[in-house]
Design a protein around this ligand. Structure first.
Ligand code: CXA
Ligand code: ZN
Length: 320
């Protein structure tokens, strides 16, 4: 349950059960939502955490997703830990209480459930090293959901057109049902013509990095798409958060060019300040005994990301 520290990786069923348990235990501040279904029909679910959680209040919104890559098991634990911290701390920790009162926080711990189940139902103690979803694509299986988003999809050599590739981009932007579900959820947060989501985090592993857009170009700024202030704000938040967990902060493309990624789309399409974390742990399958230590490293970073949602520009001393 949510009180004990994680001592083993959650199966998909256990993660869904934990979401139900938290929603039942904290009904004033936690509410389960199902954004849609995976290719094989599994729920793509999460928790909304906020005071008056059944009401859409005019509060800055944050979206945190995890486990879009199936083998990156620690990422779901990080998301479930943030859920536990926010719900258990409410009413006793003043910082967390203020955060939950002043934000609407959407957390989705397993956004690639088919891949996660396939990876975990292996005959070894670790996994199948599976990354993609489980959608057939001609001769092979799987679309890399982090190459299937619509902003500059397939533009720049940052993905593959080969179905067997680990970075297969799909037949078109949002060709994967899981991508469509996530993109539809973000689109649904445009209320009164304004995107309510102000911060986005996509949790990956395993490289100990804090990354910001864009991935499709080496350029720091892009006219009409990433101004100097917008880039400086991403960099300042990225560096601040990396200062709390010891990860390396850099623009996504500093590592390699990627196109069709989550954060290029959430920023490029909606100007949601967006980061990707690459957690630590040394491998995709750190021993269960390492889960708690690794997850604790980024607790502060997730709290600060959630705090910035009312004014990300605060990171560069600028008013909204
Ligand atoms: N988790 S990962 O190793 O696959 N990296 C992710 C995120 C990522 C994207 C761009 C540069 C570095 C890391 C990916 O989609 O490539
Ligand atoms: Zn990943």
């Amino acid at each position: 349950g949510p009180t004990a520290a994680a001592t083993s990786y959650h199966t998909f069923a256990e993660a869904m059960a934990e979401i139900d348990t938290v929603a039942a235990r904290y009904p004033q501040i936690a509410r389960k939502f199902v954004a849609g279904k995976s290719y094989q029909g599994r729920d793509i679910a999460g928790l909304k955490i906020s005071d008056n959680v059944a009401t859409d209040e005019d509060e800055p919104e944050v979206l945190i997703i995890a486990n879009i890559h199936a083998r990156e098991r620690l990422t779901a634990e990080q998301a479930l830990d943030h859920i536990a911290r926010l719900t258990q701390g409410y009413g006793s920790d003043s910082r967390i209480t203020q955060l939950v009162n002043g934000r609407e926080i959407w957390i989705m711990p397993m956004v690639n459930p088919d891949g996660q189940v396939y990876d975990m139902t292996s005959d070894t103690s670790s996994g199948r090293m599976w990354r993609k979803n489980r959608q057939p694509n001609g001769t092979s299986t799987g679309t890399d959901l982090n190459r299937n988003f619509a902003y500059r999809w397939g533009c720049c050599g940052g993905s593959s057109g080969n179905g067997a590739s680990e970075t297969y981009r799909g037949t078109a932007a949002e060709s994967a049902p899981e991508t469509k579900v996530l993109a539809n959820f973000v689109r649904s947060r445009v209320v009164g013509g304004e995107q309510q989501l102000k911060m986005f985090l996509d949790i990956h592993s395993v490289a100990e990095l804090v990354l910001w857009p864009f991935g499709y170009t080496y350029s720091d700024t892009v006219a009409g798409a990433m101004s100097a202030d917008e880039q400086a704000t991403h960099r300042a938040i990225g560096r601040e958060l990396a200062g709390t967990n010891g990860f390396t902060p850099e623009q996504s493309s500093d590592l390699y060019i990627t196109d069709g990624t989550t954060i290029d789309w959430t920023w490029g399409q909606y100007r949601i300040f967006s980061l990707t974390f690459e957690l630590g742990g040394g491998s995709f399958y750190p021993p269960p005994s390492a889960i708690d230590g690794e997850v604790q490293r980024s607790r502060e970073a997730l709290l600060r990301l959630t705090e910035y949602a009312d004014c990300p520009y605060r990171a560069i001393g600028k008013q909204g």
